[in-house]
Design a protein. Sequence first.
Length: 644
Amino acid sequence: MGGIGNSSHMRVVAFAYDVAMATVAMFVGLALRYGQDLLKLDNVSLFGGAIVPFTLAAGISFLALRTYRTSWRHASTTDLVTIVYASSLAMAIYLLTSFVTIRLDAIPRTSVVMAWMVLILLMAGSRLAYRLSREGRLFLTRQTMRSGQMPILIVGGGMDAELFVRSLDRISDYYPVGILDESGRAALIRGVPVLGRIDDLARVVESYADAGDRPRKLAIVDRGLSASVLDKIVEISTNLGLSLSRVPDTTVLRPGVRDIKVLEPISVEDLLGRPQIVLDAAPVQELIAGKRVLVTGAGGSIGSEIVRQICEIGPSAICLVDAAEFQLYTVDRVVQEKWPSLERIARIVDVRHRARVQECFAAFRPHIVFHAAALKHVPLVEANPVEGIWTNTIGSRHVCDAAVDSGCAALVLISTDKAVNPANIMGASKRGAECYCQGLALAARNDGKMATRFVGVRFGNVLGSTGSVVPLFESQLQAGGPITVTHPDIERFFMTIREAVQLVLQASALGAASDEMQGRIFVLDMGEPVRIADLARQMIRLAGLQPETDVPIVYTGLRAGEKLYEELSLGDEELSPTTIPRLNVVAGRTHDLVKLNAVLSDLEAACKNGRTAEAIALLTSIVPEYTGRGHASAADGPRATAHA
């Protein structure tokens, strides 16, 4: 009976039961009306005029409203409403047919009303009793914890807690011993006691003797907890030896996933405490839908997420460009599997090679270009400055020129906060790319001939991106530590890859649609900076370990070109908000395109010939705020392979 309504056999049983209850209901209704005089009624009046016709009417009603298809184990108020409708329809059918045939002379009207009420009680009561018995609560007691079940403590109350406890009724892995609810409004939620508030976590856990029912896991159902509260919970649960999980967000659809996990790990993203925002999708739809889109660096962390979000919108075609073969293969395969009907082209292109870039653009003729190709690892670029300048600055020039020559409507440059007062080659080379985009935009405004709009988007670190600290810390944790941090006070801005790309697309739509925004640089609101040492401690606790005790943190010293703090705008740039939440804009300084092109041509020649000192000097003339001078006297050496 666990799933009445799940098979034809069970449906027949359920229908027969309901029809039998209709017979019983009419008999009880007559008995309540007549009392002992019921025995004096003749069988024709009793059965022919009342019980049989009412039973037939109920059967017709139950078939019409399909009461037999509902699941008794999950009986709810919706089923109660259906039962009331079905009983009322049965009474209406019976009264109508009785009036037409015998003018309702056989039985009194009150017995019909009482039969209607009894039928509702019998049908609803049996379903409720069945559900309570299956949940172990028929006699106001919960099922005891079975062998193999893990005792857990739930954080969060209300409907979220109720839904989670209900889901556990069907799963044998976990047994909820109690709930911590900040509201304190309920003493019991589906039979599970509310034991206190979040601040009582340590007291509640320590109140259990270790007799098998002491909580071993904390399940967070409240998705509104702040980052500071989550961080505190992580710390306390680690001290208590509790593992920590959260209930997946049931409002988020997971394409291709049939079964949602009951619990999933707390992630570093949860501890960022950045509330989700609802963005207007219409401008981005207008920018992307039905257009030919080209993405450079398509196989990288940011580039591949740009590709995914663009494909979800529905371009007419997409061109995937990357210099790294395997990364390009990977993102191409993802597009092929998820969007098989979308026209796509994958091209191995190194943005340093002008002719190859021009050829790719001329063949595809994109409407929109997202230029994410870059060398971004600060120490590696610092050790290989020519490669960084050649790819990030000169390569961006090639992409911008190809976009103009192919009649592209808009180009979006993915920049970085390290371009602000850069202390390293990576940041300075990205600032050089910003300068060229702004120079092209200024020339377009002055002569009005250039159709391409240029949009720059500047933001900080994204969690989980290639080369970021999160994957590094994860690998160090798997190896048993230690975790290495360059400096105790070093801070960085962080946001999730998906959020960063959503705002990039919003900035792109705003910049491409507005003459006023032509050539400006959009700056994503990264929130408060995060101390890397604190991030390391959080990740250690999320692994169920104690910082310094189980996993040491070792400070290795700042690397070449590394700053303690990052900035999002230059000193002479005025940061202004836009109409889009978490998106600001700066005008920045402009550059004369003729002079800039002359310097960049010399810079490209210096890069091609491996003249490191000359390349850095020329870059510094474009980016005078570049503070790194360590490479000016460096000997020219072997160059690393650049990846677009």
